[in-house]
Design a protein around this ligand. Structure first.
Ligand code: GLN
Length: 308
């Protein structure tokens, strides 16, 4: 069976699992998503690409932007600076957890793949204000995806901004504990809300995943976007915390670095071999695409993708 047929077959086998999940509603605009959607785009290191299902549909990147935020912070400040400010231990907690007990919050307690760490990451991006930081992040997203048309979904951004009070709480906690220096927390949050609301499709995620898989190089070119050391850094954190408190289960089932988002996207990185973009907005209780994970699990078994 060729790759095209394999994807079609796996997609049809996995589509029923969309019924086991729910489209996110806590950001009102996301509630408009269609539960049955499921799509996949695979970009291989030989330059070939394969796709099936709803791979053309657009959705907001949501937390899949977190590795891009981390990359931009690394590119702007270097590894030591970033590492000193945001930790790398898996939190084992939900993405929006308020990770504070009676003890002082330390950089070691946060991780760039969950909201608190990602909000902190927004302040590490260079730019004179939130808007300039966001524009630089958008440019990096376009460069990684090789798609200059990628843009902000204004409706989702405004919906997040209006309802994102838990993220606001996280931002003010970071400020309280001296973990962000910016005076205007709302401006930091604005950059975060916009970052989550970048509109992409499965092909974009596959291309971004591919650059991480090839450790910084764009497909079929020698053009380097970032140093290979940053790919090692980001991929390691994706493997340990990219699926939040579902990361261990995902490592056992699929076995590759990956990042999910509540828009239904999953970006998977198969080092040296391929980038994979998934879209399936019916989510499990942890905010990960139910059918998307099934599809990756099947593909991983068929193609021996696990790195473990
Ligand atoms: N914008 C979302 C939030 O901050 C991102 C969360 C996610 O995709 N898991 O709540």
């Amino acid at each position: 069976m060729d790759m095209e047929e394999l994807l079609e077959q796996l997609l049809e086998e996995c589509r029923p699992y969309t019924q086991e999940g729910k489209v996110a509603t806590y950001i009102p605009e996301l509630a408009k998503g269609n539960r049955e959607d499921l799509g996949i785009y695979v970009l291989r290191s030989d330059g070939r690409h394969y796709q099936a299902g709803d791979y053309k549909k657009r959705f907001t990147i949501q937390s899949v932007v977190k590795p891009i935020l981390l990359l931009q912070a690394l590119m702007d400040n270097g590894k030591d600076f970033v590492r000193a400010r945001v930790g790398v231990e898996a939190t084992g907690k939900p993405f929006d957890a308020i990770n504070v007990t009676d003890q002082t919050l330390l950089s070691e307690h946060i991780n760039p793949m969950v909201n608190m760490g990602a909000i902190a990451m927004c302040t590490l991006i260079k730019g004179k204000n939130g808007e300039e930081r966001f524009q630089r992040l958008l440019e990096l997203t376009r460069a990684l995806a090789g798609d200059p048309e990628i843009a902000l979904d204004e409706a989702v951004y405004l919906s997040e901004k209006r309802t994102g009070n838990k993220n606001r709480a996280l931002g003010f906690l970071l400020k309280t504990y001296g973990m962000i220096e910016d005076d205007d927390v709302e401006e930091v949050l604005d950059c975060y809300f916009k970052a989550c609301s970048i509109s992409v499709n499965s092909k974009n995620l596959a291309n971004i995943g591919y650059v991480l898989a090839s450790r910084g190089k764009r497909p079929q070119t020698e053009e380097r976007i970032f140093p290979s050391a940053y790919a090692h850094y980001v991929n390691a954190i994706l493997a340990t915390c990219g699926m939040y408190d579902g990361s261990g289960d995902f490592a056992v089932k699929v076995g590759v670095p990956a990042k999910s988002g509540v828009g239904g996207g999953i970006m998977a990185v198969v080092p040296t071999r391929m980038g994979i973009g998934i879209f399936g907005p019916a989510l499990d209780g942890k905010g990960n695409s139910v059918a998307g994970i099934r599809l990756l699990e099947q593909l991983s078994q068929q193609m021996y993708l696990s790195i473990f």
